[in-house]
Design a protein around this ligand. Structure first.
Ligand code: UGA
Length: 434
């Protein structure tokens, strides 16, 4: 099928390449000429495992192309909208400028029978508002939210755990068209849920709100553990054995960040207020606050570990990305901790396997070193803030002892073996662990 994908950021670029990889003819469109020329050369503008391969393969078959020219969308049967919906500069609500611009820019090139499938995360009610503009061209607007995780985006797009399609009242064709687009996943038995537009929009924000709540729940338990001597990782293991609860997303630590969870819960709160139902999701404010408090806690542990002051102490910060397998530093708890330690007068050195360039662009005041060992060398304290394998799994206390004079390690992700570090003579501090 011929498809267009408007917006070639994380979501759109992966979606375009993934759709080409399952046999569709896809044009990716974006206003950013630099991004388009990189993608056209097969260069992924961000780190995402598996993306370079499907990008190169798609370009080589001729089924995948990228352009800044919106008119190239004409002739496609389905037009995916995958532009960003960032947090507004002066408030919590989502900024819909790019969604509106994408839809308006597309209108002249739509034909009757086309489907415009929104993938961006939007406040509930957005699709119903956009729908008449699309319908006036004879095309239909559907909402098909995306649930991909950075780091697993290619797999999540080609082989998702569910597909959700919201359609306007009386639209009985768009869902079938999208079923055809996702034929390989549908053939595998992937649940395919057809809903109304509002439900589809809400599914997305509800899913992210639930995940954020789950993380903040366990981080709240970490706060209680800290004043009682309990161990939150054992607690998570124990409650996680209950299949109704489940162990995943019960990783206590410095909390969630990234381009989605933080801004999505804030936008959800803002939208609920507009709808007169602010109290229904008032707990999301608490979720946000618990999350931000964990960064304070991590900093406090460094200060305590260094006997009350980090001033002019060398602190090795392991990680800058908001999570491993990503170079994304948007709202990264790791980088926030590094910046604040720097603000306290510490001599901070940050390392990360993928995110240094992005981090340096936004925080040029910090010192970066691509080598883990050089970062650690001579440090007074180490803080692990992004659980890349090379820090969590591969860094042994014995090896670290050969590099540093200090013996203080703060495990911001509870990924290290506390006993092994302590036995090697280190002061180990976890999050919510004795
Ligand atoms: C999230 C959702 O997981 C995806 O389903 C969704 O599609 C995506 O947002 C989106 O809306 O686009 P992502 O932002 O890639 O995906 O990252 P997650 O894997 O959800 O991690 C988010 C943050 O939570 C990270 O900072 C991670 O370190 C943190 N986290 C995760 C914890 O602190 N503890 C955990 O147990 C799990």
């Amino acid at each position: 099928m011929r498809l267009s994908v408007i917006g070639c950021g994380y979501l759109g670029a992966v979606h375009a390449a993934a759709m080409a990889s399952i046999g569709h003819e896809v044009v990716g469109i974006d206003v950013d000429a630099r991004k388009i020329s990189a993608l056209s050369r097969g260069d992924a503008p961000f780190y995402e495992p598996g993306l370079p391969e499907i990008l190169t393969a798609g370009l080589a078959t001729g089924r995948l192309s990228f352009t800044t020219d919106m008119s190239q969308a004409s002739g496609a049967k389905v037009h995916f909208i995958g532009v960003g919906t960032p947090q507004q500069k002066d408030g919590y609500a989502a900024d819909l400028t790019y969604v509106n611009a994408a839809v308006d820019g597309l209108l002249p090139y739509l034909s009757p029978g086309d489907v415009v499938a929104g993938k961006s995360t939007v406040p509930v009610g957005t699709a119903a508002e956009l729908s008449p503009r699309v319908a006036a061209t004879g095309a239909a607007l559907a909402w098909n939210p995306e649930f991909l995780r950075e780091g697993f985006a290619v797999k999540d797009t080609i082989d998702p755990d569910r597909l959700v399609v919201g359609v306007a009242p009386g639209d009985d064709t768009s869902a079938d068209v999208l079923r055809e687009v996702y034929a390989p996943a549908v053939a595998k038995g992937t649940p395919f849920l057809v809903t109304d537009l509002a439900t589809a929009e809400l599914v997305k924000v509800a899913a992210n709100a639930f995940l954020a709540t789950k993380i903040s729940f366990i981080n709240a338990m970490a706060e209680i553990a800290e004043v009682t001597g309990a161990d939150v990782t054992q607690l998570a293991d124990a409650i996680g054995h209950d299949v109704r609860i489940g162990r995943r997303f019960l990783g206590a630590g410095i909390g969630f960040g990234g381009g989605c969870l933080p801004k999505d819960i804030r936008a959800f709160s803002a939208r609920a207020e507009e709808l007169g139902r602010g109290e229904s999701v008032a707990f999301l404010r608490e979720v946000d606050e618990i999350n931000l408090r964990r960064r304070d806690r991590a900093i406090q542990l460094v200060v305590d570990g260094l006997d009350g002051s980090v001033f002019e102490k060398k602190i090795a910060v392991l990680g800058a990305a908001f999570k491993p397998y990503s170079d994304d530093i948007r709202d990264s708890p790791a980088l926030d901790v590094a910046v604040r330690l720097h603000g306290l007068g510490a001599n901070v050195v940050v390392t990360d396997p993928e995110a240094i360039d992005n981090a340096r662009r936004v925080h040029p005041q910090l010192t970066y070193n691509p080598s883990r060992d050089d970062t650690i060398r001579g440090a007074d304290a180490i803080i692990l803030v992004t659980e890349w394998d090379e820090y969590r799994r591969d860094l042994t206390p014995d090896h670290a002892s050969t590099l540093t004079d200090g013996r203080v390690i703060i495990d911001g992700r509870n990924g290290l073996d506390a006993t092994a570090w302590r036995n090697a003579g280190w002061d180990y501090y976890g999050m919510g662990r004795p």
